[in-house]
Design a protein around this ligand. Structure first.
Ligand code: G6P
Length: 381
């Protein structure tokens, strides 16, 4: 299939703009559009076999790169919504130091390409070590991928197809959002089956998910110009820190990874509360700090962590809720998103950090779609 840029300067920019459509299509595929909070049925339609759900006690996720970040958001959702103890592993680490064998465990491999060697090997190893064991140790494997015809697709019998369309930019954007949707659906599916959510909470989350595509559209509309201009300030910047907490900690990691990948600026993502245990020593007026501070459980905490950075003269950029006057007092620049339930916010907070990385790299005149030393999928160990 020949994929064109359709007037966008880079594939990455085009793929950023495809996200509302991708999220909408995934939600339409996996959430029953007729479902209302009064419906007695499960709103999620993943088509997975019943044996996946029976006596499920643990979930383990293996992935690399951006897919690993999606796994971290997934872990948060699976634990907080469905109350299933979940671990996330770098596939390259898990291969050589797996968790001791746990019974009734679902193993999820997340890989947009379905070809990443470390992820495939980790899954292979997991399958192998569960052969010929008692039934409770039998392998239950699930792939979350954008390429169902890939090696992964042939290796595991059950998949969630992220349906994002082919992604050309080496730095993943739309496939990440689609992986998040897959995890929202899986976590909700399990939560319904395990009855861990009240009907009100379930209804609010489903309704919130349905609003997301239009909200992503709104962010794209409002922010591209602003972030484009803001990015000029970082022509000489050598280091960035990204802070987040809770469900937005992985988005801080993703923001830092995007920036490293395409702009070659050193960037660290950190859980905001950990900053005082090290990275704070790096801060001065030359190191901008991007903090994700949206309303919710950790909002006040992130704001106070951001203030600690400000006291070290750091330029503070906040991914905040629109019209948040309190945050406006703290941050030098704000990248606003619509106000949503914190639990759903990663699909919105990731947009400004993708834009920021894109514009800084584009402003520097770099090869955004083909960054040096990186491959779209790494098929060697
Ligand atoms: C490469 C790409 C990253 C990607 C990672 C995992 O390093 O450059 O963008 O996140 O592989 O890829 P996967 O296809 O397994 O999701």
């Amino acid at each position: 299939i020949q994929v064109e840029k359709q007037g966008f300067k880079h594939f990455m920019l085009k793929e950023i703009y495809e996200q509302p459509g991708v999220v909408r299509a995934s939600l339409e595929a996996y959430l029953d559009s007729e479902w209302t909070p009064d419906s007695p049925s499960n709103p999620v339609r993943l088509g997975l076999p019943d044996r996946f759900y029976e006596e499920l006690e643990h979930i383990q996720i293996v992935a690399c790169g951006t897919s690993w970040h999606a796994g971290l958001v997934g872990c948060y959702l699976l634990e907080q919504l469905a109350e299933i103890p979940t671990q996330v592993h770098y596939a390259s680490e898990f291969r050589y130091a797996p968790t001791p064998l746990m019974p009734n465990t679902l193993t999820i491999g997340v890989t947009q390409s379905g070809e990443t060697a470390d992820t495939l090997s980790a899954l292979e190893m997991e399958k192998r070590r569960r052969l010929d064991r008692e039934p409770k140790f039998a392998a239950r494997m699930l792939g979350i991928t954008n390429r169902t015809d890939s090696t992964l697709g042939h290796m595991v019998s059950d998949l969630i197809d992220t349906r994002a369309g082919i992604e050309i930019g080496v730095a993943a954007t739309k496939t990440f959002s689609a992986q998040l949707v897959a995890f929202y659906c899986l976590a909700l599916d399990l939560a319904v089956r395990r009855r861990t959510l009240t009907p009100e909470r379930l209804g609010a989350i489903v309704e919130g998910l349905r609003q997301l595509p239009a909200q992503i559209e709104a962010i794209l509309e409002v922010q591209e110009r602003y972030i484009g201009e803001l990015s000029h300030q970082f022509a000489e910047t050598q280091d960035f820190i990204f802070l987040g907490r809770g469900i937005n900690y992985p988005i801080a990691l993703e923001g830092a990874l995007k920036l490293k990948e395409i702009s070659y600026i050193h960037a660290e993502g950190y859980p905001a509360g950990e900053m005082k245990h090290g990275p704070i020593a790096l801060l001065d007026a030359k190191v901008p700090v991007v903090a994700i501070a949206v309303p919710g459980l950790v909002y006040e905490k992130v704001l106070s962590n951001a203030q600690e950075a400000k006291a070290r003269d750091a330029q503070l950029i906040g991914v905040t809720a629109m019209n948040d006057d309190h945050a406006a007092e703290v941050f030098d620049d704000q990248l606003p998103i619509p106000t949503v339930d914190e639990l759903l916010s990663p699909l919105l907070t990731v947009i400004p950090v993708q834009f920021l990385a894109y514009h800084i790299a584009a402003h520097r005149g770099l090869d955004v779609d083909q960054p040096r030393n990186l491959a779209k999928s790494v098929t060697v160990e």
